[in-house]
Design a binder for this molecule. Structure first.
Ligand SMILES: Cc1cc2nc3c(=O)[nH]c(=O)nc-3n(C[C@H](O)[C@H](O)[C@H](O)COP(=O)(O)O)c2cc1C
Length: 211
């Protein structure tokens, strides 16, 4: 606690970590994906709500289901990646709060009656959890290629039963199923020979204020 991690760790997580589109022919073990979740799940979410859901597409069949939803520029890199994760969110996340936030039973009621709060909480926290996933992946020696270039409705239809009857759902709130895609992320071991020079970032004084 309170200790700075070493330079090698900072390089792995931030300074030398890149976004990859080309992958080495090295598979990602299912065990590694389990380890990935076991790390990322500890990242904080509001009311410990943990709304993110992760669909790890490893098989050719699963990738082919995804293909029609991909923006053209994202097709090859996704088909070649050992794993593509659909980072999604469950709009019925609050049903798990009695287990995840047991000391405050009122929290379920708060969400049950407020669809706007449900949506904002699910989107905000699943995005955070997706970012935790990227950092956890890097910590495990994996590389990432996050993507927002895809058709959300098509992914939700192909993987999360959008447009089909949703048993046990409140059809008024969630008429098309209750799990929605947020972003995609390719995972694997990136080929460093394919990287372009890194793009700049905003300097402190353009992105931050000290108040
Ligand atoms: C949420 C998100 C969506 C992105 N969408 C795409 C995408 O659809 N296609 C793509 O080629 N790159 C996509 N990128 C990759 C970014 O362009 C890349 O991460 C950024 O330029 C930083 O590159 P670097 O990590 O190599 O420094 C996305 C990145 C993020 C975080």
């Amino acid at each position: 606690m309170g200790e700075l991690v070493n330079d090698q760790t900072l390089n792995t997580l931030f300074l030398e970590a890149r976004t990859y589109s080309k992958w080495l022919p090295r598979p990602v073990a299912d065990e590694t994906l389990r380890n990935l979740y076991e790390l990322l799940k500890w990242g904080p979410t509001s009311a410990n709500s943990s709304p993110a859901r992760f669909a790890f597409l490893r098989s050719k069949e699963a990738k082919e289901r995804l293909r029609p939803a991909l923006a053209p520029l994202n097709v090859d890199k996704t088909m070649m990646a050992p794993v593509t994760v659909i980072v999604a969110y469950d709009l019925k996340f609050y049903e798990h709060l009695p287990k995840l936030f047991p000391h405050n039973p009122g929290m379920v009621k708060l969400f049950e009656t407020n669809p706007d709060l449900i949506e904002a909480t699910a989107k905000r926290n699943s995005t955070l959890q997706g970012a935790y996933m990227i950092m956890a992946a890097r910590a495990l020696g994996l590389d990432c290629g996050p993507m927002s270039g895809f058709d959300q409705a098509k992914v939700d239809e192909a993987f999360f039963a959008a447009g089909q009857p949703c048993f046990g759902c409140d059809q008024e709130f969630f008429p098309e199923g209750h799990v929605k895609s947020n972003f995609l992320c390719n995972l694997g071991y990136g080929d460093p020979t394919t990287l372009s020079p890194r793009l700049p970032r905003l300097p402190f004084n353009e992105a931050c204020s000290l108040l």
